[in-house]
Design a protein around this ligand. Structure first.
Ligand code: MSP
Length: 637
């Protein structure tokens, strides 16, 4: 029997820093699915929240000079504001510092300890703070995290372990028996391979002297509970696990845990094993989507390539940002983010295809039908074909959404948008050949397509659909908020209602203008820096240098690896962010200015031992030079 409830979750976000467009991606996707299931009339619970414990939050608060609790309070409020701005329709927002949650985590920990699924033993291995992950000795080479490639620390302490190994076979069996449990299939295969290579027990505590900011182990004050053990438990604590008279049985098991692909293991192995050990049913599905990338790299706070969703929403509106995220990237795969492609999607799909359709139809209804939706007359073949396309598009969107394939569902709906544009051109209601009845039929059919689209687009867009409804004058007879998926059958548009043509749904953007404007804004933001004294300035060793060789760095569109001669027989390797402006061959032999005493740092796996100076103006960039030809190593002062 079809379940009439739907429980969907996003990961709970680390509030150590402002969230970026990558986090927005997960959240908007889950929101679209939640909105779709509500539209289908299913009772829906959409849970999101914040993952507030652990070392990186403790560090971030320390850096800011506030207590961890003050820090996370402010960040959680900021995150809620961000989601509200994007129109996210969450039903629950769980914070792991909520006493309701900490109680459940302690209860689960104690219970697993009592039944010997948690035991104490010494731990020796690596810990990556940005990932909050443990790694056994053999998996780490060269002191960097195997997942995020950042510096990692060695940890040796007595600890508590979760007996994952005991459940490895049962876990594998569950994955095999339930093909939908991990999706897409590539992720499922990845997890099967991982399980088959052997599952070791996992450390689930940190010693209190190494980390204070966590949930205490209830029976041992020397320890706090590992942040991932704490975090995954949110999916049941938020709905009242272990509480009397709670809604737990109503919602659990979750239908979908939507997550990014880098946190698969926690969700597809550790979390289900915790549930198995507790005797609680496993979630229906874990869907691991891909990453939003910039210049070939995952967008992330620590890589310094993050994109602020608020700036995008301010510039383009939330519907454009939501649509872009949901449509541009085949759901499940990685996808490149560029602001230019966002502008193009907005112009082509939203302004031209959809917005123009509404605008043309309402203009013609005003002109030919006194501003009132006409009654349809006799249907010709071209008209009935359109009704078939509409039914097919809606069915295709539903099929895809039932499988969480959001971009495919939009592709399905755009078949109707495109067919409708073609239909107007072919039937040409403006031509002299069309009489009033024919015009009435065509414009009725077009109103009907727009009515259907307004409803079918509700999962993805939050403002445009109701505006379409309003302009079509439908609100007078049918409340938009009351519409549902069942209203998508042909023929629901009431004839005789007065339309109210308004502004374009999505004004066309001038790409060059908006993208250039972006550069200027950034520049203004960075205008002032605090004063420094002369001694600070003279600590910088600036030198004239000559480029010996340069080449592109694979996977990093903006970077060149440049070897420069800095005089006195010395050569430095510098990673420079100039690849979009200079070809490697063009700068060979060029005289440049470098900072020669900068601490080395690794960028995309390549060590950079200095910095080449350049001036920037919006999208333009120019290397700094000196007027005369001087020997490499000449001091710049
Ligand atoms: N706190 C953990 C999750 C605990 S859930 C029990 C965490 N938080 S996170 O803030 O780092 O990431 C949250 C989500 O954002 C993850 O699903 C992650 O994949 C997603 N994204 C972060 N950067 C991303 C991209 N560049 N692209 C797509 N999604 C990305 O992990």
């Amino acid at each position: 029997m079809e379940r009439d409830r739907f429980y969907i979750t996003t990961p709970i976000y680390y509030p150590d820093n402002r969230l970026h467009i990558g986090h927005t991606y997960t959240t908007v996707a889950a929101d679209a699915l939640a909105r779709y299931h509500r539209l289908r009339g299913r009772d829906t619970y959409y849970l999101t929240g914040t993952d507030e414990h652990g070392q990186k939050i403790e560090q971030a608060a320390r850096d800011k000079g506030v207590s961890p609790q003050e820090f996370v309070d402010e960040m959680a409020a900021w995150i809620q504001d961000l989601w509200a701005e994007l129109g996210i329709s969450w039903d629950g927002f769980i914070r792991t510092t909520d006493p309701r949650h900490t109680k459940v985590v302690q209860h689960v920990f104690a219970r697993l300890y009592e039944q010997d699924d948690i035991y104490s033993a010494p731990y020796a291995g690596w810990y990556c703070t940005p990932c909050e992950s443990f790694f056994p000795e053999g998996r780490v080479e060269g002191g960097n995290c195997p997942d995020c490639n950042r510096e990692i620390s060695w940890v040796e302490e007595d600890a508590y372990f979760l007996r994952l190994s005991k459940y490895a076979d049962a876990m594998l069996q569950h994955i095999e028996d339930n093909p939908e449990f991990i999706q897409p299939v590539s992720r499922r295969n990845e997890m099967v391979r991982f399980l088959e290579s052997g599952l070791e027990d996992m450390c689930v505590t940190r010693r209190r002297d190494a980390l204070q900011w966590g949930i205490p182990v209830p029976f041992d004050p020397n320890y706090v509970i590992y942040v991932w053990f704490d975090a995954v438990t949110n999916y049941i604590s938020a709905i009242g696990f272990g509480e009397e008279d709670s809604d737990f049985d109503l919602w659990w098991p979750a239908d979908v845990h939507l997550i990014g692909k880098e946190i698969l293991r926690f969700h597809c192995l550790i979390w289900p094993i915790m549930l198995m050990a507790l005797g609680v049913p496993l979630p229906g599905q874990i869907f691991g989507h891909g990453w939003l990338t910039l210049a070939g790299q995952k967008i992330s706070k620590s890589r310094g390539n993050s994109v602020d969703p608020r700036i995008l929403v301010g510039k383009y509106g939330r519907d454009a940002v939501r649509y872009y995220l949901l449509r541009e990237i085949p759901f499940g795969a990685d996808g490149k983010y560029t602001e230019r492609s966002l502008v193009e999607r907005t112009n082509v799909d939203l302004a031209n295809d959809l917005g123009n359709l509404l605008s043309r139809v309402t203009a013609m209804i005003n002109r030919y039908c006194d501003g009132v939706i006409p009654a349809p007359g006799e249907m010709m073949e071209v008209d009935t074909n359109l009704t078939v396309v509409a039914a097919d598009a809606v069915a295709e969107a539903a099929r895809a959404l039932e499988r969480n394939l959001i971009s495919d569902s939009l592709e399905g709906l755009w078949k109707l948008v495109n067919a409708a544009n073609k239909y107007i051109d072919e039937t040409a209601p403006w031509s002299d050949e069309a009489d009033d009845e024919r015009r009435g039929t065509i414009l009725y059919n077009m109103s009907e397509v727009l009515r259907i689209l307004a409803i079918a687009l509700r999962p993805y867009l939050v403002d445009a659909p109701s505006e379409m409804w309003r302009q079509l004058g439908l609100e007078a007879s049918v409340s938009f908020d009351g519409t549902c998926w069942d209203d998508l059958g042909w023929g629901g548009a009431p004839s005789g209602v007065a339309i109210d043509r308004g502004d374009p749904l999505f004004p066309r953007l001038d790409a060059d203008e908006v993208l250039q404007d972006n550069g200027k804004k950034q520049e203004r933001k960075e205008e002032t820096k605090p004063m420094i004294d002369f001694d600070t300035f003279s600590e910088m060793d600036l030198r004239v240098a000559r480029v010996i060789e340069a080449e592109r760095i694979e996977g990093a569109d903006r970077l060149l690896r440049v070897m420069v001669n800095v005089g006195h027989g010395k050569t430095l390797q510098v990673v420079a962010g100039i690849a979009e402006h200079y070809d490697p061959d063009d700068i060979k032999g060029q005289q440049v200015v470098v900072v020669a005493n900068l601490q080395p740092a690794k960028l995309f796996g390549v060590e950079s031992q200095g910095m080449i100076l350049a001036a920037e103006d919006g999208d333009d960039l120019s290397l700094l030079g000196v007027e005369a030809v001087l020997p490499p190593g000449s001091k710049v002062k």
